[in-house]
Design a protein around this ligand. Structure first.
Ligand code: SF4
Length: 327
């Protein structure tokens, strides 16, 4: 039986207006997210991968209503949250949290670790008393592998990995069900990336958390995700269960992305099937007509620059947006 999705995103669009010229004039738009749909079931992780600037972080920010979506639907636990005002979103802020990419700039350097973790509890008036908040904040320190003596220290006294643990503890402070993990390991040393991912996995098992895990690290996304979506220029181009995607990758862009990961190339994909990714990502202000990947795709043909391929199921919920695969 299909599990109930905690989050459904339907045809999500996030365009940022750009006024040309000193006196205004015609407005053009940066189409950061241009019609993305997916769902995440309770207790599962959806990994979103893609190059820098593909719109994956904007998807996370828009789901949390840090941006007001230009179009589409966001349905969280059956509620259409895209329709809610800031005040109406307030109760959802406890349930939906974010772990930020940069543990160096996301923590207030003037606050102790204890105060950083307790700040969201104070804003949402949790635990009633300061004593209750201190007890819970200390519990959270333990959950993320920090020591009790760290409670009164300041962020500058910690390593990058420890700061990201503080960021995780802060995200947990309000007892969320859903966390957007926005490149949570990309600013960390390779040696400690696995530790942070292991903490996230353990917390998911213990607390039943649901994650949207945003990353350009294909190896880590494979490790932590139940499903994976591949984004290019604001569009989802491939989406499948993790094992299916990595063992049966179809879209030319996904193949090109994986070709730059030697370990994955050797382990999962026939070398002859991989292609090198060439050229730059086009501007999201003026994306190509037809397929968004057509200007870099080694397999592009006439139809690709004329009509935009839609995501189609090629079997078992494996979705691909490519004329070659779905014609
Ligand atoms: Fe390449 Fe055409 Fe497929 Fe786009 S639709 S990925 S350009 S083959």
């Amino acid at each position: 039986m299909r599990k109930q999705p905690l989050l459904e995103v339907q045809d999500l669009k996030m365009y940022f207006p750009l006024r040309r010229g000193f006196f205004g004039g015609k407005i053009s738009y940066v189409k950061a997210v241009d019609g993305v749909s997916f769902s995440i079931e309770k207790g599962e992780t959806l990994g979103i991968v893609g190059e820098s600037g593909c719109g994956k972080t904007t998807v996370g920010f828009t789901i949390l209503k840090l941006y007001k979506p230009t179009g589409g639907k966001i349905i969280y636990d059956g509620i259409e949250t895209h329709k809610l005002s800031a005040a109406e979103m307030f109760p959802f802020r406890k349930r939906m949290q974010m772990i930020f990419q940069d543990p160096y700039s996301s923590l207030n350097p003037r606050m102790t670790v204890g105060d950083i973790i307790m700040e969201p509890m104070i804003i949402h008036n949790l635990f009633g008393s300061a004593k209750g908040r201190v007890v819970y904040a200390r519990e959270l320190l333990q959950k993320v592998g920090l020591k009790q003596e760290h409670f009164d220290r300041y962020p500058h006294e910690f390593s990058g990995g420890q700061r990201q643990r503080v960021g995780i503890a802060r995200a947990l402070a309000m007892g969320p069900e859903f966390i957007v993990c926005d490149e949570p390991i990309s600013a960390l040393d390779v040696s400690i990336q696995a530790q942070v991912v292991n903490i996230l996995e353990n917390l998911q098992k213990e607390l039943g958390l649901t994650y949207l895990f945003i990353s350009h690290d294909l190896t880590m996304v494979r490790h932590i995700s139940h499903k994976v979506g591949v984004m290019y220029l604001g569009n989802l181009v491939e989406y499948a269960d993790t094992d299916e995607l990595y063992e049966n990758l179809q879209h030319p862009y996904t193949k090109a992305l994986l070709s730059s990961v030697p370990v994955i190339e050797d382990a999962f994909t026939p070398k002859a099937d991989l292609v090198a990714l060439q050229g730059d990502v086009p501007s999201p202000i003026n994306p190509p007509d037809g397929c968004v990947f057509s200007t870099r795709c080694p397999r592009a043909y006439e139809e690709c620059s004329v009509s935009r391929p839609q995501l189609k199921d090629i079997g078992g919920g494996h979705l691909v947006a490519c004329h070659l695969i779905t014609r």
